[in-house]
Design a protein around this ligand. Structure first.
Ligand code: C5P
Length: 232
């Protein structure tokens, strides 16, 4: 599985998204479709972007009872996405059910990765709201370990956690890391950031990059810069 740059297409309409992707003539970047675009436009936008030749990470973060997740994953596998995800907090049983649902009759399936603790959750909110008293770094690694046990392919994590995840779960367990910024670039609301070159060094398998590309004056040049730093 090769390293790649995934562009977070955080747009709220098909028109905006297709206009953005039309700038990449000849290039077919791996794109992330999240809840905003999916809820606005439905599965058709996934089919459309897939038909244009892009790989798709469908970021819907499923979390429900195992049976519901299994059936929903089965629907998503028919959309022919390349990667999708769920919350590890749904338990090992839910993750196993997700794999079952996602696996096509021919045995193939999209990559399935887990969200451990959201990066918006900190030690204090985890203790107060969720009554989880362990150190958050241990919770993240425990959830990653559970994802591995259930047969998932990897986790979404901070680039700062990627090395530890590989140490805990093996080099082949994928780390998909958002929070990437160019050196000297605008950090926005991300707190702990890394450059694409640093993410490469620390062993991220995929970087998810939104605004540094989507809000750039020249998005194609910004994408190429990410690829040059992270992949080449
Ligand atoms: O614009 P930016 O590069 O910050 O976009 C990062 C993308 O990764 C967004 O789609 C965001 O929702 C997602 N993400 C994140 N942090 C996480 C999980 C997902 O920034 N922990």
């Amino acid at each position: 599985m090769g390293k790649d740059v995934i562009i977070a297409c955080d747009f709220s309409s098909a028109a905006e998204t297709l206009d953005f992707l039309s700038k990449f003539s000849g290039r077919k970047p791996f794109v992330k479709i999240g809840m905003e675009l999916f809820y606005a436009e439905g599965p058709e936008i996934v089919r459309q972007i897939k038909a244009m030749g892009h790989k798709i990470f469908l970021d819907l973060k499923l979390h429900d009872i195992p049976n519901t997740v299994k059936k929903s994953m089965s629907v998503l596998s028919r959309l022919d996405v390349d990667m999708t995800n769920l919350h590890a907090a749904g338990t090992v049983r839910m993750m196993e059910a997700a794999i079952e649902g996602l696996t096509r009759p021919d045995g193939t399936r999209p990559l399935l990765i887990a969200v451990t603790q959201l990066t918006s959750t900190d030690q204090e909110s985890m203790e107060k709201d969720l009554l989880i008293k362990e150190p958050i770094a241990d919770v993240v690694m425990h959830y990653a370990h559970n994802a591995k046990l259930a047969g998932l392919d990897g986790v979404v994590c901070s680039p700062l956690e990627a090395g530890k995840v590989h140490d805990t779960c093996g080099a082949g367990f994928l780390t998909v890391t958002p929070g990437v910024r160019f050196a000297g670039g605008d950090v926005g609301d991300q707190k702990r950031v890394m450059t694409p070159a640093e993410a490469k060094k620390i062993g991220s398998d995929y970087i998810v990059v939104g605004r540094p590309i989507t809000a750039a004056e020249d998005p194609v040049a910004a994408y190429e810069r990410c690829v040059a730093e992270f992949v080449d």
